[in-house]
Design a binder for this molecule. Sequence first.
Ligand code: HEM
Length: 424
Amino acid sequence: MNMLMPKVPGLPIIGHSIPFQRNALQFTSDKQKKYGDVFEISLLNEKFIVMLTPESTKEIFLDKDDNFSSKEGWAVVLGKPFENGLMLRDFEDHKYHRSLLQDSFRHEAIHGYLEIIQPIIHNWVKNLNANKSFDLYKSVKQLMFDISLSLFFLDVQKDESERLNNLFMDSIASATSAIRWPLPFTKMKKGLQAREYLLQYFQEKSGLVSQDSKKTLFAELVNTNKGDANLNNLEIAEHMIFLLLAAHDTTTITLTNSIYNLSKNKDYAHDLFNEANEVNHLDVSSLKNGIVAESIFKEAMRYYPPVPFSVRQVVRDTQIEKYNITKDSYLTISPLLLHHDDRYWNDPQKFDPYRFIDPAYINPAYFPFAGGAHTCIGKFFASYLFKNVIYKYIQSIQSPQIDHVLDIRPTPIPHPVKDVKVLI
Ligand code: HEM
């Protein structure tokens, strides 16, 4: 039987764009309370169907019949600056590109990346200790930027790094800008300009990568794609720009939130310290066994999923959970709402890594890395990177004190309302 979908009344043309843009979490959870788990809203004259059950979320991510376009869905959110990135490709074309990127995420390649980033992490904790205090989010963001410079670019010289820093920041800032048109002086305009420079940079540098180059992610991607049937330099450049975005704010907020909570709970700080001394930080198999760090990582992504909402466009009329869904509608699903729904979690507002301490524990309402064909390609690397930073941090920073509450706003992507200072 077909169910009737509740439609949330809104203003003509702009619909619910303003309250959604202002605070997507508040808006969506208010409507969920009033209309239930499935309802229709309108954003910028387009129909958006919000589906907030684990079952519909799984069905949409898995997309067994190729009904849901990630490309057209994410194009609305990310737009031109990230055109042709992996998430902005669909079906056969996506599968082909993903298979050509996959090689850069094999264990041996990740091992090489960990070797490259270890001295950077080492320097980071050394400077934190020397300074005796630091702004948490700002400092982690800078660390992630330095890591990205070494993995995603080629032999960056000191005088180049500031320019690349600015381009990189302009590029990722455009992803969350409220104004989606490239009007003068907007983040979107700057993002598009940054894209042009970065496209040129990566295409030029691709030609300089050889088998002897340092085994960075960029070098791996170029070297595995040499030859006619593989990615060309423009495609590699487009993937690199998307990878920069996908890797940066996601790991930054997960680390920030974890470090903050470590300072509040001495028990798992203690367990993490012991684990850090047992695990071999460069060995992927050993890192896999780091279950305390893994639990903190999982809980940080449960609490503030770095991708709080996902979006797809429907490519043909279909049905989900007894609702008829028409072609061209947009679907919105929300790991953020599911991760805080007390129908699926005990005490969801409590930050408690031990809920994940059994590696076999599975919660059907948990989607930090999405699922199906577009499952995060960097999810294992993200976990090993996270562990390398958090282990080094706990081994090096004695008794960190944070006096203020870290107030994180979870949308459009999680970010602190105000940074906190850590005193060592
Ligand atoms: C805590 C860290 C991270 C989280 C929580 C995360 C989360 C996600 C999610 C939810 C998606 C899919 C969204 C959707 O299907 O709508 C995704 C896709 C992706 N992520 Fe991550 N990510 C993280 C780190 C990384 C890193 C470190 C990299 C690369 C170095 C990366 C590269 C990508 C790429 C390329 C895609 C597109 C995959 C595809 O479309 O096939 N991510 N990520």
